[in-house]
Design a protein around this ligand. Structure first.
Ligand code: NAD
Length: 372
């Protein structure tokens, strides 16, 4: 297969879909790799490293000519789509439910795989881009909060007196939330975390944090999670009990990291303006769910808002891109594992759409758009 790696053009996107490490592996599998000059620079990869790994540098104008497979982080823009040859295969984080150029995929008879749709199964674990990137985001979220927090994180006992440890509240204990707990704990904070899935309790406690629980019936606990392990939207009554509890915990917190999401739906609103207003001056909120509506009423995408009461609210939709070198290394390995499903034993492009992972991720094939 002839594989093309483009420089990402989406604002703020610093990641790249292949690294010298994965380029070497594609070559060892018999593929040819072209890389757009500068594609890895924002992820701390020089062009020379790609060349040393065996890739050919090809300028944007001719990068895609004859390409079988295009590997990207973000879905192609209109201009990139125009340059990709008809019938080629594109692998990216399409965010398919809101990708504006889906019709083009069919018109150009492209085969498109949306990596955010990879099932959370054991077989797909090595390809799970959502987990690898959420892990990076959870770590980065804590560092981001610390940068804006005007106090120490750990407890300190000094000749000038004692410094109390920071109290960190994590809303949503999925992949990002668990990494945020671990990172805040490593910095010495006291951490508590909340999730609608009762299964999260054990994971939260195993990281040394306290699990905050909304009083709920057995039926509510059973309905909080889908068969796929994802959270479900909860009843109005549950949400009211949850709001009371979060309001009380947020008042005590110095830092809130909000990561709660429900796949395919708007993120739950967990921190209202009134709750933020009641927080202590100097507190910091980092909202990772901001691109799907946000967990905090005052968060805006890529925004930093300081309230009149001195609470800093950061909306951070793409924190993985801020740690681009490691995020790219992990993403590129996920993509390498996924791409192995696209080739037959002779190394030719031959995706078998009966494969459960390819079936779940394929959003367009030979002129047909798959239901999203
Ligand atoms: P996510 O990004 O969809 O959501 C983040 C967290 O927010 C989840 O833990 C969710 O339960 C929680 N949440 C949703 N609504 C909430 C609310 N109203 N209040 C508080 N919390 C709320 O989740 P994710 O990190 O992608 O993980 C989703 C699930 O998939 C988890 O159960 C996780 O353990 C599982 N998972 C499985 C695998 C695997 O088996 N390969 C890999 C990764 C994740």
């Amino acid at each position: 297969m002839l594989i093309a790696i483009a420089a990402e053009t989406h604002p703020g996107e610093h990641r790249v879909a292949a690294t010298p490490e994965t380029v070497k592996k594609y070559l060892a599998q018999g593929h040819t790799v072209r890389v757009e000059p500068g594609a890895g620079l924002a992820a701390a990869i020089a062009d020379a490293q790609y060349v040393a790994a065996g890739a050919t540098l090809v300028p944007a104008e001719s990068l895609y000519a004859g390409a079988d497979v295009v590997l990207r982080v973000r879905a192609p823009s209109e201009a990139a789509l125009a340059a990709i040859p008809d019938g080629a295969t594109v692998v990216a984080l399409f965010e398919a439910h809101r990708y504006p150029h889906r019709r083009w995929l069919a018109d150009k008879r492209l085969t498109a795989f949306a990596l955010e749709r990879i099932p959370r199964t054991t077989r797909a674990q090595a390809m799970d881009v959502l987990s690898s990137q959420a892990n990076v985001a959870g770590y980065r979220a804590v560092l981001k909060a610390v940068q804006h927090y005007p106090r120490f994180m750990p407890m300190l006992m000094t000749a000038a007196g004692t410094v109390k440890p920071a109290r960190v509240l994590i809303l949503g204990a999925g992949v990002a939330g668990l990494q945020a707990i671990a990172t805040a704990r490593r910095l010495g904070a006291m951490v508590e975390a909340f999730d609608v899935r009762p299964a999260a309790r054990e994971q939260v406690e195993s990281l040394g944090a306290r699990f905050v629980e909304v009083p709920s019936s057995e039926a509510e606990q059973l309905s909080s999670q889908s068969a796929a392990g994802y959270a479900r939207a909860m009843s109005d009554d549950y949400q009211a009990r949850q709001a009371t509890l979060i309001a009380a915990r947020a008042c005590e917190a110095d830092i809130v990291i909000a990561t709660a999401q429900i796949p395919g739906q708007p993120a739950p609103l967990l921190l209202t303006e009134a709750m933020v207003t009641a927080m202590k001056p100097g507190s910091v909120i980092v909202d990772l769910a901001v691109d799907s509506g946000g967990n905090c009423a005052l968060a805006s995408p890529d925004g930093c808002h300081v309230t009149a009461g001195g609470v800093t609210v950061l909306g951070c939709g793409n924190l993985a891109a801020e740690l681009a070198a490691d995020a790219s290394a992990l993403y590129a390995r996920n993509v390498l594992a996924f791409t192995a499903l696209l080739a037959d034993q002779a190394g030719h492009l031959a995706p078998d759409l009966a494969d459960d992972i390819l079936a779940a991720t394929c959003i367009a094939h030979r002129g047909e758009l798959m239901p999203i």
